[in-house]
Every structure is written in structure tokens, then in C-alpha cells.
Design a protein around this ligand. Structure first.
Ligand SMILES: [Zn+2]
Ligand SMILES: [Zn+2]
Length: 100
């Protein structure tokens, strides 16, 4: 038994009506879904870490971005209490920068 099949695994392309980044249907101005398995797999194949909320919001601007940021940082605990920046994991107390 070899594992060569899993090494060449490619995620299925997203359906045409879905977002080409995260393969989930959402408004073009809304954030991607960082929990998307398609996006996570694609990033891993590119040698990148799993997407974070910061990545998901990268293209979101203006009032919608502010609303998402304050929700995620205040309600879900993704805000760093030291610098107000992003924590990539809400279980961490501080962001990557403040931890070093
Ligand atoms: Zn998306
Ligand atoms: Zn910080």
C-alpha cells in the first residue's frame, strides 16, 4: 500500500456560481470563508499556511470591512489586546508580533 494517490490529490474546481478563491457562494465584496476545505487545500498545495480571517478579509473594504473586523475581533476574540492587530488563532492570547 502506497500513499502516492493522496500526494497528487487536487481539490475539485469550484462550481461556476461560487467564488473562485474559497469555492463558497458569497457576494464579491464579502469575505471568503477561511474554513473552506477547497481554499485550505489550495493554499497547502501552494506551500502556504491555512487561510486566516485576515486573508479572508483582504479584499473587503469600507464599512463592510469595519463591521466584519469589529465582529471578529470583539465577538470572536481575533483581536490582539496589545496592538489591536489580528490573532490568527483566537485561542492565542496575543498576535504573532506581540508574542515574539
Ligand atoms: Zn470566496
Ligand atoms: Zn499584537
Amino acid at each position: 500500500m502506497t500513499n502516492t494517490k493522496t500526494n497528487t490529490f487536487q481539490p475539485l474546481p469550484p462550481p461556476p456560481e461560487a467564488c473562485s478563491t474559497c469555492a463558497i457562494e458569497h457576494e464579491a465584496t464579502s469575505p471568503h470563508n477561511p474554513q473552506s476545505l477547497y481554499w485550505q487545500t489550495k493554499r497547502r498545495l501552494e506551500g502556504l499556511p491555512a487561510p486566516t480571517w485576515e486573508d479572508a478579509l483582504a479584499h473587503v473594504t469600507g464599512a463592510e470591512r469595519e463591521a466584519w473586523e469589529s465582529q471578529l475581533k470583539d465577538v470572536y476574540g481575533f483581536g490582539c489586546p496589545e496592538c489591536g492587530g489580528w490573532k490568527h488563532d483566537h485561542n492565542d492570547y496575543l498576535c504573532k508580533v506581540c508574542r515574539t
